[in-house]
Design a protein around this ligand. Sequence first.
Ligand code: AMP
Ligand code: ZN
Length: 114
Amino acid sequence: MSDCLFCKIAAGEIPSNKVYEDESVLAFRDINPQAPVHILVIPKAHAADSAAQITAENSAVVARCFEVIAKVAAQEGLKDGFRVITNSGAAAGQTVPHLHFHILAGADMSDKLV
Ligand code: AMP
Ligand code: ZN
């Protein structure tokens, strides 16, 4: 999508602090980190705006993202644990309508929302 921030980041038109990249998935550090480690994992293609648009036709991108989440967690040494979040819709706090997963770690999250 031409006017999508994360499509532009995936295309390299907007710079990002990359931690992992392959042909279909990109992981980069969040510009406004909510934890000591805060990484975004996105499919490079605009497969869906959010989790609400996942279907049998496009769900493979979710599996690919989770493969990368495991790789990035190992690469970042998140052996004590990490949290994966995806916001779907404005009421959930989604600000960028391009499917993405937050990896959060390095803070005690044991008494938080979930
Ligand atoms: P969400 O609110 O779930 O849609 O997540 C969007 C995330 O993108 C937020 O945590 C923002 O801090 C992050 N973000 C916005 N612009 C950039 C950028 N240029 N580079 C890295 N992260 C960004
Ligand atoms: Zn996009």
